[in-house]
Design a protein around this ligand. Structure first.
Ligand SMILES: Cc1cc2nc3c(=O)[nH]c(=O)nc-3n(C[C@H](O)[C@H](O)[C@H](O)COP(=O)(O)O)c2cc1C
Length: 343
């Protein structure tokens, strides 16, 4: 069965879910254009999920992917949190922010029974996960109403692990990709390889369709991935400048700047490695710093700094997620972009 038949889509193009940078409008536009639009739910409350899924349904009856993180929630570590806030304290001073100010927002929650209750109302065609899979019980619920299950693999071992647990397709996420690495069997960044190396090895190792992701920006890239055995392609960065995306003003400005192609994997903004455009915090503390609290706790302390800097037009403390290939970012409609990506 082809990916198109499996997921009920016309084009082999998946718009990558991008938590914090889009809502249902982008998802609906891509799905309506014949690709697979995705709604990221990692940063949505169940009420917000309900609102977004209702809005998507009003815009399209085509298949849509609903995406979740499925990390184990961390245990708070007061000592580490204090050390992290101390490391950030010069910036709080510089901006005149009380370092003890309560910060909220930027929370990321894993898939839960409550989220499954909302999904059950909509029964989306596709549900995708990042950081492995949720419990077998939750997966069984998702499957019970017929959703196809996808998850990201960043190594051959992860792909085999996912296949053994019965996923319908695997997203091979190469190290070029923007946003969080979906890695879940190892924390060792030296295990992470590029799409050109990862994709054919995963295709050879598993029997399910493989979707290529990471650094793909145009129809030629999509064609190259397909000729290496990909059944489809997932693109995130390329969609960030579409009018339907919700990338912040500083994120859009960074993507359009001449510095956009200088990215790095960083754990500073969430506690897990993710690829973003180099900014002041990454330069000052080093993109990977052991002081950052466990995922997703590192984000909390940065919230007031980020807000203050962003209101002055600066992305110095913001995650500017982007992949290594920003050449596909265009200020054109998501439908036009989706169609232009087909080889
Ligand atoms: C801004 C941004 C946010 C992302 N957020 C998510 C997310 O919420 N869930 C997810 O599964 N992947 C997320 N990703 C990773 C994408 O699924 C995908 O692997 C990546 O975008 C592919 O590489 P590319 O950006 O070079 O196209 C994100 C990527 C970006 C650029």
């Amino acid at each position: 069965m082809t990916l198109r038949e499996l997921l009920g889509i016309q084009l082999p193009i998946v718009q990558a879910p991008m938590a914090g940078s889009q809502d249902g409008e982008l998802a609906a536009a891509v799905s309506e254009a014949g690709g697979l639009g995705s709604l990221p739910c990692a940063m949505l409350s169940t009420d917000a999920m309900l609102t977004e899924l209702t809005a998507i349904r009003a815009r399209t009856d085509k298949p849509v992917n609903v995406n979740f993180f499925c990390h184990a929630p961390p245990t708070a570590d007061a000592r580490r949190e204090t050390a992290w806030r101390e490391l950030l304290s010069p910036y709080f001073k510089e901006y005149g922010i009380d370092p003890s100010a309560a910060s909220e927002g930027a929370a990321r929650a894993p898939f839960s029974a409550a989220a499954a209750d909302v999904l059950e109302v909509f029964k989306p065609k596709v549900v995708s996960f990042h950081f492995g899979l949720p419990s077998a019980q939750l997966i069984a619920r998702v499957r019970s109403w017929g959703s196809k299950v996808l998850s990201s693999a960043t190594t051959v071992e992860e792909a085999l692990w996912l296949e053994r647990r019965g996923v319908d397709a695997i997203i091979a996420q190469g190290a070029e990709g923007g946003g969080h690495r979906g890695m879940f069997l190892s924390e060792d960044l030296t295990t992470q390889v590029g799409t050109l190396a990862l994709l054919p090895q995963i295709v050879k190792a598993v029997g399910v369709p493989v979707i290529a992701a990471g650094g793909i920006a145009d129809a030629a890239g999509v064609g190259a991935a397909m000729s290496l055995g990909a059944a489809g392609v997932q693109l995130g960065t390329a969609y960030l400048l579409c009018p339907e995306a919700r990338a912040s003003a500083v994120h859009r400005a960074a993507l359009k700047s001449r510095h956009a192609s200088h990215t790095a994997l960083t754990n500073l903004f969430s506690g897990r490695p993710a690829r973003g455009i180099m900014n002041r915090l990454m330069r000052d503390l080093g993109p990977i710093n052991d002081a950052a609290p466990a995922f997703p706790l590192a984000a909390t302390a940065l919230v007031p700094l980020r807000k203050k800097a962003e209101s002055a037009g600066l992305g110095d403390f913001s995650p500017l997620w982007a992949g290594q290939n920003i050449s596909g970012c265009k200020e054109i409609s998501a439908a036009a972009l989706t169609r232009a990506l087909v080889p």
